[in-house]
Write a protein that binds this ligand. Sequence first.
Ligand SMILES: C[S@@+](CC[C@H](N)C(=O)[O-])C[C@H]1O[C@@H](n2cnc3c(N)ncnc32)[C@H](O)[C@@H]1O
Length: 355
Amino acid sequence: MSSDAPGGGGPGEPGPGGGESATAEWYRHFGTVDAPGNSACYAQWSVGIADDPELIRRITEWPYNKRQPLLMLAAARFLGARISSYPAFRGFLDSRWEDISRIVLTRATQTNEAGRCATLLPSLAQIAAAGGRPLALLEVGASAGLALFPDRYGYEYGAGAGVTRLAPAGAAPGTYPVLGCTVTGPVPFPAELPQVVWRAGIDLNPLDVRNPDDVAWLEALIWPEQEFRRERLRRAIAIARDDPPLLVAGDLNDRLPALAAQAPAEATLVVFHSAVMAYLDAAARDRFRGTMSRLAAERGCHWLSNEGHTVIIQADGSSVVPEMDESRLRGRFLLLHNGRPAAIAGPHGQSLEWL
Ligand SMILES: C[S@@+](CC[C@H](N)C(=O)[O-])C[C@H]1O[C@@H](n2cnc3c(N)ncnc32)[C@H](O)[C@@H]1O
């Protein structure tokens, strides 16, 4: 499961209602499995918390879905915690515990990773080319909607002599983020970026790129040492701020049919999502699949699903993609186009293995 995602079901994560030992195990798992390789600081802090009974007691007082390590650590970063040793971080937590509790209880992990556009782009371009029409994009679980601008970002696929570069027409270099992505397999690179004529999203709590608090929260959700992701986020936010997408607040299952009906008929509608299905239970995922089948039948809508393996399990325990197991994915996402595996994608868009 992506560490962006809520707990429950991931290896080492406690089930709802788990007590203090389950909380400690959650932080230990995050600190020893999820964080190393991404953030030495979060690895150290999280293991420190796991070994700190008083903090584990305080964290376990929060509702289950608020005990998630990334949420708590992001709240501390939002309030100004700097990269430091665990004892210094512990001092910071003691001095700001009430504020940390308030942030944890009012915010959620809503990491918005523009980098994921790099792994969605080849499929989007294929869809646009096949339909011979521009795209109408609708993202469910859109956060601030930064993945709704694949036509406004630059791309650098592969490295060295074999690199494929794409850039938005007419934009000055330096004004857009360039999304780097390693590639394996016969990725169908487009000659140019697809045209997007409509962009809309649904989120339980849409973040507003014009609201400084929301922007600060998006920055806090990026792991401390990943400065290149913060830079990418800032550039993507600048683009979204100039032309904010239509974002609707509510549950994706409740809002999808009416919002899809607003998409212009002369465009090919693509509904997509990344790192969202983990927030839905199996029944809600089934309901979503039903809506997608109807949208495909009624208006030729395409569906791109970019999610970890654990969330494509159906209510009866079977997998929608039985040929794809966890050992093949190794923590990456599976990209499905209309339910069929297209690629295995790095969770933040950093790699693309075309199938
Ligand atoms: C980890 S973030 C991913 C955001 C974005 N898809 C991306 O790739 O950057 C998951 C988002 O899904 C939203 N979400 C979770 N459950 C939802 C639901 N039932 N309906 C709408 N949005 C939901 C959350 O609020 C959050 O913003």
